[in-house]
Ligand binder design. Structure first.
Ligand code: TXA
Ligand code: MG
Length: 348
């Protein structure tokens, strides 16, 4: 079921991508690597093909898909207008982990945009993805290739866990490099607005196009303000066990987590702890997973989803996590972790 194309000879790779492109052109589903997470691809301009994505993922039909392109020129066919910010951001960050929301043209079916008059567009930074988009007709709708609600897949094996048997092909390009989904910026508003934080931070966007806001629905997570990206309102990335984020001064966090894990242990249950390389030795009475080093925020982003899946496999009773307010990707990491935790935070 999984076709391995990582480190393959050119001829093998070309053959695999050609086969995958033919599947896409016929309206089928192919999972493929990007630099952020694995995507589940279908022809974005074919309403029937997009509909199959929703079915395979069990995804609510009002949650729009991102259209992936491989060349800047491809954007014209699927958008009504391209504000100057779109060109500048594409020059600065494409191919890369940035998705732009623009007004859609008639070429994009409502099945792809969840009924919206806007379309999300991204050019991923991964050679297999770019070759596949071209082979598949140039416009590939791709949400993360997980069952709706589960952590996004960062390896082909994660995709297979969720979708084996449901889709036509899985291309294995090895583990992804970033590990969190792209930053989404809405360019249909007067002031460009971040609808989902990612590797490209607010500051990085502002350096290129000036003022950029954060969607109020993102900041005020437990208020009545609805996030503008329909997908951001759902509970996501949820591990099976309840997850709590423990926030505060480092020493106090460790003490609190150890108190909680020993209480759990006394009841005969096995809790899990999400720690860092710097702290993983200081926890007791728990299965401890290090997410990476605090000195290397990329490692934290890369391992978050795999750890949530690993704790499902280990069948822990509850998970306690440190919090990770890192400089560039902190907002993105904490946005995903908070959603996985259903916003359950313990302050110490
Ligand atoms: O990194 C990524 O963006 C990955 C890889 C595969 O490219 N894709 C991804 O897609 O994360 P998905 O479907 O898991 O998340 C898409 C998000 C959802 O929250 C959705 O609501 C939002 O983008 N979105 C898509 N089109 C939109 C639109 N027209 N207006 C507002 N939000 C939109
Ligand atoms: Mg997703």
């Amino acid at each position: 079921m999984i076709t391995v194309l990582e480190d393959m000879r050119d001829s093998v790779r070309d053959e695999g991508i050609h086969r995958a492109g033919e599947i896409l052109k016929k309206g089928g589903l192919v999972a493929f690597p990007t630099e952020t997470v694995y995507g589940l691809g279908a022809d974005a301009l074919d309403a029937g093909a997009s509909a199959k994505i929703y079915q395979a993922k069990g995804r609510p039909s009002d949650n729009p898909l991102i259209v992936h392109i491989a060349d800047w020129e491809a954007i014209e066919k699927i958008t009504k207008e391209r504000p100057w910010q779109a060109r500048r951001l594409s020059e600065a960050f494409w191919p890369g982990p940035l998705t732009m929301i623009l007004k859609k043209s008639d070429a994009v079916p409502y099945a792809t945009t969840g009924g919206l008059d806007t379309v999300a567009v991204r050019m991923p930074d991964n050679p297999i993805a770019l070759a596949l988009i071209r082979a598949g007709g140039g416009y590939i709708a791709a949400p993360s290739a997980n069952t709706s609600g589960r952590p996004s897949p960062t390896t082909a094996q994660h995709v297979a866990e969720d979708l084996d048997g449901e889709i036509d092909m899985i291309i294995d390009g090895g583990p992804v490099s970033i590990g969190l989904e792209s930053t989404i910026v809405d360019l249909t508003e007067e002031t460009p607005t971040i609808l989902r934080p990612g590797f490209i931070s607010q500051e990085m966007l502002q350096e290129v196009i000036g003022s950029v806001e954060m969607d109020r629905g993102l900041i005020a997570a437990d208020s009545s303000v609805r996030p503008k990206a329909p997908g951001m309102k759902y509970r996501h990335y949820a591990p099976r066990a309840p997850l709590f984020i423990v926030e505060g001064e480092r020493q106090k966090v460790q003490e609190k987590i150890n108190t909680l894990t020993s209480a759990e242990h006394e009841k005969g249950r096995t809790p899990g702890v999400i720690a860092t390389d710097e702290t993983s030795g200081s926890y007791t009475h728990a299965l401890v997973e290090s997410i990476g080093s605090r000195a290397d925020e990329r490692s934290i982003a890369q391992h978050l989803y795999a750890i949530l899946r690993e704790f499902d496999r280990l069948e822990v009773s509850v998970i306690y996590s440190e919090s990770f307010e890192t400089p560039q990707m902190g907002p993105a990491i904490m946005n995903r972790l908070m959603k996985a935790a259903g916003h359950q935070v313990i302050h110490v």
